[in-house]
Design a protein around this ligand. Structure first.
Ligand SMILES: [Zn+2]
Length: 321
């Protein structure tokens, strides 16, 4: 029994319904017809926004905002909004806080001299980056409109599922007035398929400052909505302000990220060659690495069984380039 499941059930006991039962859920979910929905007149969201990362979903749903497909339905743990709601519900506030909280945090009712921070921020006042569990969190100054490459891993490929998560945060900070742009080249090749959620490990991307109180986009398993797999298919993720965040988390195996980053004035700025996912002559798969790996392990479809297709589309996996 994991922390996320336990917190889900405890929040029920304390009176919190499923997130997908909110009266405004049809703005966020496509396939919730027939599933319990609350009435606006006898339920209260305490002013909190819909959070795809709420631990109070009872599984995955088809989201109206497709980039949240792997965010929804996880059991990692309660979100900032989940905890804020339960504090509101029971009026757990500091009457005389002795701390001023920054970046959307609020005084912790269990210790009115410290703050509960929006995920991604830490320290007593939420004025700094969340140090994570490994003390490896890092602020990266984004100083160029040419792409730099950021490459990190967290965890160990030993197939053990721990009952706690390792977490590391990265803040990408552009000069004032600029925006941060990400182009992802790799997001884990752990044994998680795109259709699964990211309960074991994943990458969270926060690029919208007004939504920093909510869970960002989460992806794992080289999700092709995020990964740019060719120079003709570059997927850009541009922040609304000069701060963007990434979080790596894992309780099982290694999560890898390779992302190109730079600053831009606007999302539509032309993409320079430094941001192209591949250089000419790079050995690469045309299909995703995860798909090629799957086929290569299948006796009917592997590199020898289907050499024409595989050498063309999975050249890297088959070692034919
Ligand atoms: Zn439930």
């Amino acid at each position: 029994m994991y922390y996320g499941t336990i917190s889900h059930e405890i929040l029920h006991v304390l009176g919190i319904k499923h997130q997908q039962a909110r009266y405004d859920r049809d703005d966020y979910l496509n396939d919730a017809n027939g599933i319990e929905i609350l009435d606006e007149t006898n339920s209260d969201n305490f002013g909190s926004p819909y959070d795809y990362g709420s631990v109070m979903h009872y599984g995955r749903f088809d989201t109206t905002q497709k980039l949240y497909d792997q965010t929804i339905g996880h059991r990692v743990g309660p979100s900032f909004i989940d905890i804020a709601m339960i504090n509101q519900r029971y009026k757990c506030f500091c009457k005389t806080p002795t701390v001023t909280c920054l970046n959307g945090g609020y005084p912790n009712p269990n210790d009115c001299d410290s703050c509960i921070c929006q995920h991604g921020y830490g320290s007593r006042t939420c004025g700094e980056i969340d140090p994570g569990t490994e003390d490896e969190s890092e602020v990266i100054n984004v100083e160029s409109d040419e792409c730099q490459t950021f490459e990190k891993s967290l965890g160990t490929d030993n197939n053990i599922r721990y009952n706690y998560y390792k977490k590391t945060w990265y803040h990408f900070k552009a000069p004032p007035g600029k925006k941060v742009q990400f182009i992802f080249l790799k997001g884990s090749d752990a044994d998680q398929s795109e259709s699964d959620g990211c309960d074991d490990n994943g990458i969270e991307v926060k690029i919208t400052k007004s939504k920093f109180n909510r869970t960002g986009f989460v992806f794992c398993g080289n999700n092709n909505k995020f990964i740019s797999d060719s120079n003709d298919n570059i997927k850009k993720f541009t922040s609304t302000n000069n701060l963007a965040m990434l979080q790596l988390f894992t309780r099982k195996n290694k999560i890898d990220v390779i992302v190109k980053y730079r600053f831009v004035d606007s999302e539509s700025d032309e993409v320079p060659s430094s941001c192209a996912p591949f250089n000419e002559g790079d050995c690469k798969n045309i299909d995703t690495d995860a798909k090629c790996k799957g086929w290569a392990a299948d006796p009917d479809e592997n590199c020898e069984a289907d050499p024409d297709y595989m050498s063309e589309n999975c050249a890297k996996t088959c070692g034919t380039c």
